[in-house]
Write a protein that binds this ligand. Sequence first.
Ligand SMILES: [Mg+2]
Length: 246
Amino acid sequence: MKYIIDLDGTLLNSDLANLDAVEFVKTLQESSMEFLIMTNSIKSPSLIKNRLKQVDIHVGLEQIINPIVAMNLYTEKNNYKKAYAIGSQTELDQLSIELDHEHPEIILLLDFEKNNIGYSELQKIFDWIDQGVPVVTASRSHYYLKSGKKTLDTGAFVTLLESVSDVTIEVIGKPSKEYFMAGVRKLNAQPEEVTVIGDDWRTDVLGASKAGCESILIQSGKYQAGDEVHCKDSKCVKQLMHVLKP
Ligand SMILES: [Mg+2]
């Protein structure tokens, strides 16, 4: 069995390792079991690697997948050569595709912030969509909380663009099938050979089942008593080492 393991709430609880997460990862490594760590955060894999290192979990960069890594796999698989992308510089730096602001073959929506999006950029994207240029997004989240204040997030603009065009913009982020399939391919596996472990049934368990993977819900992080009812085909465990028990 190969594993896709969620990051926050499963391996980490804020800046601490979750319960037996250190022992669990060491056991997988000692038994040469392959795994990927998957997150919806678009912080760079090297930042995530360092967060894990702080708690004595040591993994390679290639074992971390975020929506931007998955977008790179997606553009490579589909042979796109030039993209227009919206994101901060640290996010754009993670892209492997060449950026082209004149004649993109695909539009990548990573993260909309007040300094990288305005009327003219939205109009430009709208024009390209109208001309048939495909678009994918890392998020459909409409807003997030910034110091308690609801702040517009990427998904709000995705909905705006969809509402003025006839397209559905594909998400490459949990719980999308495409995101989990990118993980499965990165593990050189078939979906049925992969088990997804996570604390959030809406993203981890649903996403795994869309891709045809098995899943295990862990009772930490976002888990709330009773979540099992949404995961009838999944095992539910109190701690990670229980994943390895028959
Ligand atoms: Mg989680």
